[in-house]
Design a protein around this ligand. Structure first.
Ligand SMILES: Nc1nc2c(ncn2[C@@H]2O[C@H](COP(=O)(O)OP(=O)(O)O)[C@@H](O)[C@H]2O)c(=O)[nH]1
Ligand SMILES: [Mg+2]
Length: 366
């Protein structure tokens, strides 16, 4: 049942589709990994869609990346544009989550050349209706100072009067810390913000789940989910429920927890984490922890003493909020871990332990 709720929650996110272009070695894979936290090209399912373009879909379905592996300008570029044109025409009649929402066109700063063919390619992408963000990659940065020649190169590209989304600017990035030159990672948040600025609202929830850079955006989405669940719970509790039937609140909580998990983009479907999370919520989690929290919360909620034998709207809402926050904190902790530690954590009894501990903490804080 939890697996089903989780599947529903993931499919409700829809899918954010990104197309990434640029010559081999510019850093397409590196940049995608830096923002989405994993190698979609390695973990996803790839299928060739048109000449020179492979579409990789994240196993959980909320992220799709069109990767132009081996792409060069010239005739190969023409073939891609032709293929893309029919692809986009085909997508136009389909659901939003099958469309391409943004294109990144990558140029390695050290190439210091932006050829006619590249210029033409960017224009053609824009003519197809794709918002194109031009990104300079592997840009050196010393003590917060961007290499002046990279800046100059960016200004040169901007002077070509290309249809650059969203602000007519080139985004300068470095996606990998370069210990040799001391260049830190930078520009990724700007690229992500620019991407948000160009995509349709319908693709935002999926992008928020998929990106691993801006936890603040995930938290905001989760806060909205918890608030919605609180409203539903308060409705359930408006007719006071006997304490013994606190289980009436559980379906709403299970949905909420599934939606929170999906909004954070956790966990990857191929891990056993799904089953673990399900058992946490269903056997040891929502019901038991819920009652546990109710018992402790009753002492703190106004009117709680009176409602000692029944759950009021207020208690139902507070309880649901408590469970939501406790689960959100488990997810946020998981996000701080690297890929393999995250998998290990989500497969461990620690998930349950932290969930329970968070519920106890919320009692202390009430
Ligand atoms: N220092 C640094 N190296 C990078 C960066 N992006 C890519 N690289 C390196 O450049 C090479 C090619 O990167 P890759 O992402 O595979 O390029 P792709 O062919 O466009 O997918 C790899 O060895 C990366 O480690 C970057 O932002 N900074
Ligand atoms: Mg690559």
């Amino acid at each position: 049942m939890f697996e089903e709720k989780l599947r529903e929650a993931f499919s409700a996110l829809g899918c954010f589709n990104l197309a990434v272009f640029g010559k081999t070695g510019v850093g397409k894979s590196t940049l995608v990994n830096a923002i989405f936290g994993q190698d979609v090209a390695r973990t996803g399912v790839g299928s060739p869609v048109t000449r020179g373009l492979v579409y990789y879909r994240h196993p959980d379905g909320f992220l799709g990346v069109y990767d132009s592996e081996g792409f060069e300008t010239g005739t190969a570029g023409d073939a891609i544009v032709a293929g893309l044109r029919s692809l986009i025409a085909e997508h136009r009649t389909k659901a939003v989550d099958e469309q391409i929402h943004a294109a990144w066109y990558l140029v390695r700063w050290s190439d210091r050349r932006f050829e006619r063919g590249q210029e033409q390619f960017v224009r053609e992408l824009a003519d197809l209706g794709l918002p194109v963000i031009v990104v300079l990659t592997q840009v050196p940065n010393h003590d917060g100072e961007i290499h002046p020649e990279a800046l100059e190169f960016a200004r040169y590209i901007e002077s070509l009067d290309l249809p650059l989304s969203p602000h007519g600017r080139v985004v300068l990035t470095n996606a990998l810390e370069d210990r040799f030159s001391g260049s830190p990672v930078f520009g990724l948040t700007e690229l992500l913000d620019d991407t948000y600025a160009v995509i349709p609202a319908a693709a935002e929830a999926a992008l928020t789940a998929a990106q691993m850079l801006d936890v603040g955006r995930k938290k905001k989405a989760v806060a909205a989910i918890i608030n919605q669940a609180v409203v539903v719970a308060a409705g359930v509790g408006a007719t006071p429920i006997p304490f013994a039937d606190a289980a009436l609140l559980v379906p709403n909580q299970v949905t909420m927890i599934a939606r929170i998990t999906a909004a954070y983009g956790l966990p990857p479907s191929r891990s056993r984490a799904l089953a673990t999370a399900g058992s946490v919520v269903l056997t040891g989690g929502a019901t038991m922890a819920g009652r546990y929290a109710v018992t402790s919360l009753l002492k703190f909620v106004p009117g709680g003493a009176v409602a000692g034998s029944a759950i009021s709207a207020t208690v139902a809402g507070t309880l649901t909020k408590t469970v939501g926050h406790a689960w959100a904190r488990v997810c946020e902790y998981a996000l701080t871990l690297d890929d393999s530690s995250r998998m290990a954590f989500l497969d461990s009894p620690q998930v349950m332990e932290q969930f329970m501990r968070n519920l106890k903490d919320s009692k202390v804080r009430s």
